[in-house]
Write a protein that binds this ligand. Structure first.
Ligand SMILES: [Zn+2]
Ligand SMILES: [Zn+2]
Length: 391
């Protein structure tokens, strides 16, 4: 029993939680959660996690605070406009409970969150406003065997999708039910199969604090797996914040899914930055290897044949450049043929990158009926062990 009075009783803070017979306060206190996105939904997810007493919350965001964020972001203030969102959110969220560690990681999570680090979390929450970030984080979580939760909002609906990869690697992934229109939306941001489209318009989601707070509450609950009926399968919750109606759907795995179809049950993840040559040499020459990032492998003008700038681009990551590099330096025409690929054989990859790994996050090799993931951001030779959550 908890002491009701008594100076400095840390447990008093969670007295009301202790009255709930199924509330796993010890597990919540030990939880490590990655929250990707420090906007409307991210603020609400972090607010709920901090109030519940989650042990550690790491917030990832590359963006800066804008005035129009302030109508939906509980932790951001006018004084924060222009400051990095992740840091502004973390600084104020840390005041909620001194026992909750809130850390900001500024920058794109794709560049700041290695697979080996992701494996140390109990759950990663996508609190972002675009399909591409969700697709990327979903695949990372599926590979690392970490629970993935995706929260979404519009002006009326809050949606929550939960994928318990840690306990059920065979469950559906985020992409198993992603409509074709989402892939078209992602593709519209790129040209030539991987260069950033310089004219791509940013799409703003019309929304209010109402849907953000509902989505944030559902996401925090799912991230901590609260409740006895959270279940072991992938599910989607849609909540109508105007009418109050809700629907829950179990999501089945789809064969041939782009997000999980090539991964088998649980891919073996091997550190492959320092040991690149050794790792790739262990894979048969003709085995297909897919890099996580499209790479530029050819650059020549189709009109005048000039390839004097090829050295600046070839072998580098396509998304580091925009489509202006398709304008030829010699003849001035937008006629450069840029060869961008993410599918190689093991032999091709080692020929292109003899000394160090490709500038990608990871690569997947299909090894028999399973899959092998080469992690290009990690030096350590030991395979990763995802942390198991205490019960
Ligand atoms: Zn899938
Ligand atoms: Zn030319």
């Amino acid at each position: 029993m908890l002491e009701r009075r008594g100076a400095g009783m840390r447990h008093d803070r969670h007295l009301r939680h202790a009255l709930i017979d199924w509330f796993p306060q010890a597990r919540v206190r030990a939880a490590r959660i990655a929250v990707v996105g420090a906007g409307a939904v991210g603020n609400e997810v972090v607010k709920n996690l901090a109030l519940l007493g989650a042990g550690a919350i790491d917030v990832f965001d590359f963006d800066r605070v804008e005035l129009h964020n302030l109508t939906r972001a509980v932790f951001l203030r006018e004084a924060d406009v222009g400051a990095p969102k992740a840091s502004a959110l973390a600084a104020r969220a840390a005041e909620v409970d001194p026992a909750v560690r809130v850390t900001a990681v500024e920058g794109d999570f794709w560049d700041t969150l290695p697979l080996a680090a992701l494996a140390g979390y109990d759950c990663a929450v996508a609190a972002v406003d675009n399909f591409e970030a969700r697709v990327r984080l979903n695949r990372m979580c599926r590979i690392a065997g970490v629970d993935f939760v995706s929260a979404g909002i519009d002006s009326r609906l809050a949606s929550l999708e939960a994928f318990p990869f840690a306990s059920n690697p065979d469950c559906a992934c985020y992409e198993c039910h992603l409509p074709e229109s989402a892939y078209q939306r992602i593709a519209a941001r790129y040209s030539c199969g991987g260069l950033r489209r310089v004219a791509a318009a940013e799409r703003l989601v019309p929304t209010t604090a109402i849907t953000a707070s509902v989505a944030g509450a559902l996401a925090a609950s799912a991230a901590l797996r609260l409740g006895r009926d959270a279940g072991d399968g992938a599910r989607r919750v849609l909540f109508d914040t105007i009418g109050g109606g809700a629907s829950v759907a179990a999501l089945a795995r789809r064969a041939g899914c782009a997000g999980c179809g090539d991964l088998g049950e649980r891919p073996r993840v091997l550190a492959a930055r320092a040991a690149w040559r050794e790792r790739i040499a262990a894979i048969a020459d003709d085995v297909a290897v897919q890099t996580s990032d499209p790479l530029i492998v050819g650059y020549a003008c189709a009109r005048c044949g000039d390839r004097s700038r090829a050295g600046q681009y070839v072998l580098r990551r396509a998304r580091d450049f925009d489509d202006r590099i398709a304008i030829c330096a010699a003849c001035g025409e937008p006629a450069v043929r840029i060869d961008i690929r993410d599918e190689f054989t093991a032999a091709e990859l080692v020929r292109l990158y003899p000394d160090r790994p490709p500038p990608a996050k990871f690569a997947i090799a299909r090894a028999g009926d399973g899959a092998l993931c080469l992690d290009f951001e990690t030096d350590d030779q030991r395979p990763q062990q995802p942390q198991r959550r205490p019960e």
